[in-house]
Design a binder for this molecule. Structure first.
Ligand SMILES: [Fe+2]
Length: 234
């Protein structure tokens, strides 16, 4: 939530008019309720992420399956199950993918993984085949927003822009340095006037998040270490 608050403050300073969120409110960390509340207050367009799929699976799992999910992705799902209202749980588990939106006459397709699948990855080094597949959407959309990889990326395919703003809560391109207390949050600004965009990075104080990991998942140091990664590995 500290990361999102900093991003929203920076976005407000840039006078942004609308917010697009491309999935994964659930998973890894602990303030899904607050994130959901803020995004709805701001009328963000939201699509489903694979972690909303995992949340639905979690609800149906027994103790052993739940623990397997927790060990990999943290206590987020348990906190949603225990702390969120039934209506919010239904809202989160019922999010759609992909979602269409219109801004200033431009047709957006908001995806998590890819237009053809919530859990399909489009990495910055996407193959020609993947780019060709994306091109097949260019007669219907001006902008495709993706996510899921946790890496910022963008392509221009004809007049269509495909943009992955990266991850607010868990970018995989790393913390400032191992001794610093600030982490990076990634996002992007798109200008509908001229179809230009910029990739953005906000720095936020991450000790609060690290304390939450220590409190709720003390046996899962990877939830902190992933924020320190600098290399562009998958
Ligand atoms: Fe994802």
């Amino acid at each position: 939530m500290d990361a999102l608050e900093k991003v929203l403050a920076d976005a407000d300073a840039a006078d942004i008019q609308a917010i697009i969120f491309s999935g994964d409110i659930a998973g890894y960390y602990y303030q899904a309720q607050e994130v959901l509340d803020v995004l709805r207050q701001r009328n963000a367009v939201m699509c489903r992420g694979n972690h909303e799929d995992i949340l639905c699976a979690y609800f149906d799992e027994g103790a052993q399956g739940r623990e397997a999910i927790r060990v990999r992705y943290g206590s987020s799902y348990a906190m949603i199950e225990d702390g969120m209202s039934d209506s919010d749980k239904q809202f989160l588990s019922g999010l759609s993918h992909p979602v269409e939106a219109d801004y200033d006459g431009l047709r957006f397709l908001v995806c998590h993984g890819a237009p053809w699948g919530v859990d399909d990855y489009i990495y910055p080094d996407a193959s020609e085949d993947v780019l060709k597949k994306l091109e097949s959407y260019s007669d219907r959309y001006d902008v495709i927003v993706t996510g899921h990889t946790h890496y910022q990326a963008s392509w221009r395919i004809g007049d269509m822009v495909v943009i992955n703003p990266g991850s607010v809560g868990q970018p995989r391109s790393g913390k400032v340095d191992d001794s610093a207390s600030q982490a990076r949050a990634h996002w992007a600004i798109f200008d509908t006037d001229d179809r230009s965009f910029i990739h953005c990075e906000s720095l936020y104080e991450c000790n609060g998040l690290f304390k939450q990991v220590d409190e709720f998942d003390p046996d899962l140091p990877h939830l902190k270490n992933v924020l320190k990664r600098r290399e562009a590995a998958a």
